[in-house]
Design a protein around this ligand. Structure first.
Ligand code: UD1
Ligand code: UDP
Length: 367
């Protein structure tokens, strides 16, 4: 029986790897071992609880205000011991976090094959997002199997010289997750508070946005919410204490904004499905929103997800106050523009990515 070790550490990796873990565990041909780095704690555990997954190993590395050095060195030291104990035939990593990078490098040093889920995303700017663009490129150098969500991602890999026989277009497992979470009967206190108002859903966390860009993002939101008291905004704040402090300072006084702790993924997906517009610097939300037909203003200067821009659901609005307010007013005041952006189009597959990846693993590993 082939032994596959799946490692992830943050909320978005967990949301997109749990459907694959469940698929692998349903197949008797694999022994599936789950290792979490614990790069996130509460936000990771929320996802594990929703999907009912109990990790076999937990590297428990999270600490307040962790640096990229802390993360990389602690993951590499602790994961090496798990790999020696478990001796997997393949390690599966996801996306572009420091857990992904450190785990891939550890496997490279230990000569263990790596499968990269959500491979081939690129902004072509090594500094943006930071450090994710570096992480994903570095993982592509060491991966043996590349599971690209779209044809565009596959093309990016081929241009870098990756063997075409090692690249598989599967869709994104984010859509698999979304298929299991959305429920038409969903009820929640937050939705009661919103009532019939138009709801703006906000998230923000990117390292390169912390400081002045995030101040500007929040000042833009504060300006709009003051000028339009009939709007309601909901902001589940990332647990990074610096972000909480910035949000409290700039947004804390607004009556039509709800600042709340992170929602679990069931709650977040269903509340997002009822939003009028999402304003975010998140990566994963750029994949989910097109499938739900919710317009997204992406408060970043680059995106590695051009598919949503092309399909019209996403607009890249940067981090300057005026660009953000102009884009939001247009969506609020121009119905034709709103209708154009809010058509559901899903560039990320049909929700079978996990099944396809498991099948490819079955064929390639049992050859
Ligand atoms: C990380 C990833 C980023 C991903 C994001 C998803 C890296 C370098 N960054 O960024 O790619 O988009 O996760 O959210 O891999 N914290 C808690 N509890 C939690 C989670 C975080 O208290 O459950 C606090 C801790 O103080 C921690 C800080 O948040 O030190 C930052 O967490 P970290 O994982 O370093 O960075 P993120 O911004 O979350
Ligand atoms: N999400 C969640 N609860 C929240 C905010 C976001 O479950 O309060 C989910 C969201 O649906 C998406 C993922 O978390 O699947 C995105 O995570 P994040 O923005 O932290 O990271 P990124 O995708 O930018 O790496």
């Amino acid at each position: 029986m082939k032994r596959i070790l799946v490692i992830f550490g943050t909320r978005p990796e967990a949301i997109k790897m749990c459907p694959l873990v469940l698929e692998l565990k349903s197949r008797e041909e694999f022994e599936t071992i789950v290792c979490v780095s614990g790069q996130h704690r509460e936000m990771l555990d929320q996802v594990l609880d929703v999907f009912g997954i109990v990790p076999d190993h937990d590297l428990s590395i999270m600490k307040p205000r962790q640096t990229l050095n802390d993360l990389t060195t602690n993951i590499m030291t602790r994961l090496k011991k798990v790999l020696e104990l478990e001796n997997p035939d393949l390690v599966l990593v996801h996306g572009d976090t420091t857990t992904t990078f450190a785990a891939s490098l550890t496997c490279f040093y230990e000569n263990i094959p790596v499968g990269h889920v959500e491979a081939g995303l690129r902004t072509f700017d090594i500094h943006s997002p930071f450090p994710e663009e570096f992480n994903r490129r570095a993982v592509s150098l060491v991966a043996d199997l590349h599971f690209a969500p779209t044809a565009t991602a596959r093309e990016n890999l081929l241009r870098e010289g990756v063997d075409p026989a090692r690249v598989f277009v599967t869709g994104n497992t984010a859509i698999d997750a979304l298929r299991t979470t959305i429920s038409p009967d969903f009820e929640h206190d937050v939705l009661d508070w919103v009532g019939d108002s138009k709801m703006i859903l906000i998230t923000a966390h990117r390292r390169e946005n912390q400081g002045e860009p995030m101040d500007h993002m929040f000042q833009a939101l504060a300006q709009i919410l003051q000028e339009r008291p009939e709007l309601k905004a909901v902001y589940p704040i990332h647990l990074n204490p610096d972000i909480r402090a910035t949000a409290d300072r700039i947004l804390g006084h607004l009556d039509n904004l709800l600042l709340i702790p992170p929602l679990d993924v069931l709650e977040f997906h269903n509340i997002m499905a009822r939003a009028y517009v999402v304003m975010t610097d998140s990566g994963g939300i750029q994949e989910e929103a097109p499938a739900l037909g919710i317009p997204v203003l992406v408060m970043r200067n680059t995106t590695e997800r051009p598919e949503g821009i092309e399909s019209g659901t996403l607009k890249l609005v940067g981090t300057q106050i005026e660009e953000i307010t102009t884009a939001l007013y247009q969506l609020l005041d121009d119905q034709a523009e709103y209708d154009r952006m809010s058509q559901a189009r899903n560039p990320y597959g049909d929700g079978t990515a996990s099944r396809q990846i498991a099948q490819i693993l079955s064929e390639t590993m049992n050859r």
